[in-house]
Design a binder for this molecule. Structure first.
Ligand code: KIV
Ligand code: ZN
Length: 520
């Protein structure tokens, strides 16, 4: 039988103590219901004496939420403990968690109590709580900065008075894994009684999860933690990281198990983030949106042939769906071709190569390439895989609202490089005139529209235009994040169509007249 490590969630108590977070009763209930779905062992629902609102929220959770033990926090004063009990009483399983500081600094500066007074408070509080329930937790606050012998004396007093869980808070995140583990081991050796040892680690040095896990390897069988690691200052140990560390490294944490339904982790994270207004950092372990996203070409190739080359957890196992191959400037041909296949776009040979070159060009300008971007590129390339008499090499624009808009274009016309410069009413007008001059093709633009294919300020612009020459009307399309370049491409596309029509010797009458457009 595996040894069960209890998950004690304090999102609604310590987590709610984060600066700027204030949850109302309905929001607390929503989080508590998700914690129950997640299957945590204990929900610390709040601090009932702190305010009427806190009291009512804890009571509402105790009434409505089934499954986990519902716990309330309480100082050592009897009126605190009585109020705590009143709030949690409706729950099927309830716990009172009482605490008092044991560090020199806290006793002198905050409590203004002598060590003997603190000992007496601990005994009296646990005794009072035991009158209500046989599930009582005791915490010596600021344990990691307390005199160790004195703290052990207080813990022994609490255990003798009937505390069934002894929680060791690293209140200010001061602990170091080896040291914290050693404290847990020594407490187990020195404090007698039938109790569960618990960790409660803050993240001031970024070590909350590491310290908690070290505590578990040293014998703790309860971990106090919060969803997304929220809590006072830098927060508490992150629930999702602890759970997945123990699950994923079952070889290391041999013989230990946690009862959490991991598929609910991502949803828990989203709910807590939405209701607290605390965003989840993109690269947050387990629940961050990039936790299973791959950008580098080498990684993408690896993941596409075997997910486990670069993933130690299955995204589906934490409710994150599937691995994400993010197409960006570091992506390679494998990821590109794979995404096209997923989109049902069949492209081979030269068209695939050309589309890949266009994709890389775009990726240099745009951080993330969306499916709509890809579709647009591919459709453009396939559509353009015919003979091109005119190839656009470069476009250079100057001027604007103050000086005259001027465009210089370099084209290859049937293999001969031609450069031309023109001015216009605006940049688009200037570039179209320059293209017309360079090719010597006569005619007039009759229609011009621009659409944003994708979202954002770096959206792909899709320019569609019509050009009439000698009674023939042709359409042209061009894509780019730069609307002037898209316009030049569209214009060159139209001219190529016109050239092909003339080459084919078809009588334009009937098929190419305005109103029956060719190539639209
Ligand atoms: O950090 C802390 O010491 C606490 C106690 C109340 C357990 O949150
Ligand atoms: Zn705390």
């Amino acid at each position: 039988m595996a040894d069960h490590v209890k998950i004690f969630d304090t999102t609604l108590r310590d987590g709610e103590q984060s600066p700027g977070i204030s949850l109302d009763e309905g929001e607390k209930l929503e989080i508590a219901e998700q914690l129950a779905r997640l299957g945590v062992d204990v929900i610390e629902a709040g601090f009932p004496i702190a305010s009427q609102g806190d009291f009512e929220a804890v009571q509402a959770i105790a009434r409505a939420v089934e499954g986990p033990i519902i716990c309330g926090l309480s100082r050592t004063a009897h009126k605190d403990i009585d109020r705590c009990w009143e709030a949690i009483e409706p729950a099927a399983n309830r716990r009172i968690h009482t605490f008092i500081a044991t560090s020199e600094r806290h006793m002198q500066k905050k409590l203004r109590m002598t060590p003997d007074q603190v000992k007496a408070e601990a005994a009296s509080a646990v005794g009072r709580a035991r009158e209500y329930t046989d599930d009582v937790e005791f915490s010596p606050e600021d344990a990691s900065r307390s005199d160790f012998d004195f703290m052990c004396d207080v813990l022994q007093i609490a255990a003798d008075a009937g505390a069934t869980t002894l929680n060791i808070p690293d209140t200010v995140g001061y602990g170091i894994p080896d040291e914290y583990a050693e404290q847990i081991r020594s407490i187990r050796a020195r404090v007698s009684g039938d109790y569960v040892l618990s960790t409660h680690c803050h993240n001031d040095l970024g070590l909350a999860v590491a310290n908690s896990l070290a505590g578990v390897t040293a014998g703790a069988r309860q971990i106090e933690c919060a969803v997304n690691g929220i809590g006072e200052r830098a927060g508490n140990a992150a629930l999702e990281e602890l759970v997945m560390a123990i699950r994923t490294r079952g070889d290391f944490f041999e013989g230990l198990e946690v009862g959490v339904k991991t598929e609910e982790l991502a949803r828990a994270s989203r709910i807590v983030s939405r209701l607290t207004g605390y965003p989840v950092q993109y690269n947050k372990a387990v629940v961050g949106r990039n936790a299973f996203a791959h950008e580098a070409g080498i990684h993408q190739h690896g993941v596409l042939s075997d997910r486990e080359t670069y993933e130690i957890m299955d995204p589906a196992a934490v409710g994150q769906g599937e691995s994400k191959i993010v197409l960006g400037k570091h992506s390679g041909r494998h990821a590109f071709a794979d995404r096209l296949k997923h989109l049902g776009l069949v492209v081979h040979g030269d068209a695939l190569n050309a589309a890949f070159v266009r994709f890389k060009e775009l990726a240099d300008r745009k951080v993330e390439i969306t499916d709509a971007d890809l579709e647009a590129i591919v459709v453009d390339e396939i559509g353009g895989s015919m003979v091109h008499h005119i190839v656009l090499a470069s476009v250079d624009c100057r001027g604007g609202t103050v000086s005259t808009p001027t465009a210089t274009v370099v084209l290859a016309v049937d293999g001969v490089t031609v450069e031309s410069e023109a001015t216009g009413d605006g940049m688009v007008d200037a570039v179209c005139k320059a293209v017309k001059d360079a090719t010597g093709m006569e005619g007039a633009l009759t229609d011009y529209t621009v659409n944003a294919v994708t979202g954002g300020v770096d959206a792909l612009a899709d320019v569609a235009l019509r050009f009439e020459s000698d009674g023939i009307v042709v359409a042209g399309k061009g894509l780019s994040t730069d609307v002037v370049l898209a316009s030049a491409r569209a214009f060159v596309d139209a001219l190529n169509r016109l050239w092909r029509i003339r080459d084919s010797g078809e009588d334009p009458a009937g098929v190419d007249r305005p109103g029956s457009l060719r190539g639209v």
